[in-house]
Design a protein around this ligand. Structure first.
Ligand code: SF4
Ligand code: SF4
Length: 358
């Protein structure tokens, strides 16, 4: 069995209005309104772009889609979950401000932004799954509690996973901070005493009092710590680093298992749009402009996150006449996330591409 993936081409000169119209055409051709019922709370999961980033999905791409979703009598909202690392999106307050700075405020979009895991990433639930790495995953509640989910992904390369697209947007993007840390590594954080200024913020923020003073520096007791990663985001001096010790294979498989937890109860109410526009070597968490690695290709829509990711990498490879992402990240084979997601029953790598024309 293959899944359908609809495609609309764009080029480097396509305006935001043209991209918005094509997004709406895909919505219509794929009959995506059928997943919506009057009164639904509809989460539009996206990445608002780190401060300084320029590759993220632009607000203007979404205007026609949002209107169509609202016309079904629903109540949509834009959403994302807070980051693991300390940047401009680590807590809901700065995350919201960052979204507004990039044009996602309600006056422009006509709908609110809700950061789905709460101001300090404690608003999440454990969802039971049957995975190779996890038997439960920690997903942001205000995504879990939505009635329908639109997953809006910008295709990028990635230094740890090779590919950032729908599976990553679901798995990493909808996880609580502790869930993100669990995907990157099961190893608990440590304090680098040489960078610790003894400000005490991490001690204040640790929910289980796992941090105390040792020789006037913060020190983490791993017997008590449960790896929530709150101290990593709290430390302004980089003394508690994100633990990136996991392998790319484990990370990608864990990400796919988290993706399963996000959609398991709403597979029939979840749809995907993926933008092969301003494709960059690294993801939208990078806080600086990145040049595109290829000319703009188009927009994809599907009901299947595995099929849409497979179609995205195939279109990239076709346009580049080589496997661009494998060339960029040879040690991070993106096929691992696709294969594991398929094995988990999230979707299929077999797809039928339906070009809706230019
Ligand atoms: S927040 Fe960072 S600098 Fe402050 S006490 Fe903790 S580890 Fe040290
Ligand atoms: S990871 Fe969480 S539980 Fe562990 S020391 Fe840091 S704040 Fe405390």
């Amino acid at each position: 069995m293959s899944s359908k993936v609809w495609f609309a081409s764009v080029d480097n000169n396509s305006s935001e209005q043209v991209i918005a119209e094509k997004t709406f055409s895909l919505y219509q051709r794929a009959d995506m309104g059928k997943v919506l019922e009057e009164g639904d709370l509809v989460a539009l999961k996206m990445h608002f772009g780190e401060k300084g980033n320029t590759g993220y999905i632009k607000p203007g791409y979404l205007h026609d889609l949002i209107k169509a979703i609202k016309d079904c009598g629903t109540e949509p909202y834009l959403t994302d979950a807070n980051t693991l690392y300390r940047g401009e999106r680590a807590y809901s307050v700065d995350h919201l401000m960052q979204a507004y700075r990039h044009g996602f405020g309600p006056e422009n979009m006509g709908i609110p932004v809700i950061i789905a895991d709460g101001i300090r990433s404690k608003n999440y639930s454990e969802v039971a799954i049957k995975g190779k790495h996890f038997d439960s995953v920690k997903i942001a509640n205000d995504i879990l509690d939505s009635d329908a989910l639109f997953v809006l992904s910008h295709v990028t390369g990635h230094g740890s996973t090779g590919l950032g697209a729908a599976i990553k947007n679901l798995g990493m993007g909808c996880a609580s901070r502790s869930g993100k840390q669990n995907q990157h590594s099961d190893v608990k954080p440590n304090v680098d005493a040489s960078l610790c200024t003894a400000c005490g913020l991490c001690i204040l923020r640790c929910p289980v009092e796992a941090i105390s003073w040792v020789d006037d520096k913060a020190s983490i007791d791993h017997e008590i710590c449960y790896g929530c990663a709150e101290c990593i985001a709290a430390c302004r001096f980089g003394a508690i680093a994100v633990n990136w010790e996991g392998t790319s294979q484990a990370l990608q498989e864990k990400m796919a298992e988290y993706a399963l937890g996000v959609i398991e109860d709403k597979k029939d109410k979840t749809v995907y749009f993926t933008y092969l526009i301003h494709v960059t070597e690294n993801c939208d968490c990078v806080g600086r402009p990145q040049n595109p690695i290829i000319d703009d290709i188009g927009i994809l829509a599907s009901y299947d996150p595995v099929a849409i990711d497979q179609a995205a990498v195939d279109l990239l490879a076709k346009a580049a006449r080589k496997d661009l992402l494998q060339d960029l990240w040879p040690e991070n084979d993106y096929n691992l996330q696709l294969a594991h997601a398929e094995k988990l029953g999230i979707g299929t790598r077999k797809y039928e591409l339906i070009n809706i024309g230019s």
